[in-house]
Design a protein around this ligand. Structure first.
Ligand SMILES: C[S@@+](CC[C@H](N)C(=O)[O-])C[C@H]1O[C@@H](n2cnc3c(N)ncnc32)[C@H](O)[C@@H]1O
Length: 255
């Protein structure tokens, strides 16, 4: 698959490489290496890197162009209903991913861009107001919401989401000192919130040997029963790092 990567893109490995290269790395870099599961780290990140007067999307790994072929065809295969497809960009940050799905989907969608950081949500909201994007479907909607994705139950109904996209959010939690348990909780919340025809897409630089093992553990219920199917596809290589798309689809009984 051909890939277009955004120039302004970071990955966990590039942060770690950069930090290791410098003798004195900043306290923000230290925070990012160790505490990417913490709201305070991300509030600080978006405050220090964002510019209210001149908004610029910040893309983790890469932008929408690199992953649209994993997302848009999946929307087309969802069962036809009168209701819009509900898409959640989980841990949206200031990425253009959610707004681009809203813009390019022919099907009617409601895209919710959600993040634990109110700073990121506020920047996105203001940008959408100042530079509105037109959707291919005039009935589609785009909303921004501050929320902790480990607590989807407080915000969405069971089986109410069609597609959840996660670009770098689970990676951030898994690589933090204390984020692993929360990352597992997020996967279980996604399975609870997804329609049985729906899918969670995780875009990640983690190797399948590690991520599949972890996902296969997290998709089991308390009785050890497997609650979902998991697939992996290679996205491509950027600056020597291979990226993957992990697709998790709940079994019908979960909802
Ligand atoms: C690595 S960044 C990726 C941002 C964005 N998806 C992108 O592709 O540029 C991880 C994002 O997850 C958010 N985040 C971390 N924990 C979260 C949680 N529990 N619930 C919602 N968002 C969370 C952070 O605020 C941050 O914006």
């Amino acid at each position: 698959m051909s890939m277009m990567f955004c120039r302004l893109s970071w990955s966990m490995r590039s942060i770690q490489r950069e930090a290791a290269r410098r003798w004195h790395h900043t306290s923000l870099t230290t925070d990012l290496i160790e505490n990417m599961d913490k709201k305070a780290t991300w509030d600080r990140f978006y405050t220090e890197t964002g510019d209210k007067n001149k908004f610029k999307n910040f893309e983790w790994f890469f932008g929408f162009d690199s992953v649209q072929d994993f997302i848009l065809p999946l929307l087309d295969t969802q069962p036809k209903t009168n209701a819009p497809l509900h898409i959640l960009d989980m841990g949206c940050g200031t990425s253009a991913l959610g707004p681009c799905i809203y813009r390019d989907s022919q099907r009617q969608v409601k895209v919710t861009c959600a993040d634990i950081s109110p700073v990121a949500v506020c920047l996105m909201q203001e940008h959408a107001q100042n530079s509105p994007v037109e959707s291919k479907n005039p009935h589609s909607t785009l909303v921004f919401q501050e929320l902790d994705c480990a607590e989807l139950e407080g915000h969405f109904g069971p089986g109410s989401l069609d597609v959840i996209v996660d670009k770098g959010t689970t990676d951030a939690l898994l690589r933090s000192r204390e984020g692993r348990a929360k990352a597992g909780q997020i996967v279980r919340q996604c399975l609870w919130a997804l329609r049985h025809s729906g899918s969670l897409l995780q875009f990640s630089d983690e190797d399948p040997d590690a991520r599949l093992l972890w996902l296969e553990k997290e998709i089991r219920n308390d009785g050890g029963e497997v609650q979902a199917d998991v697939w992996v596809q290679e996205i491509g290589v950027l600056r020597g790092i291979c990226y993957f798309c992990y697709q998790v689809t709940p079994h019908k009984t979960v909802c």
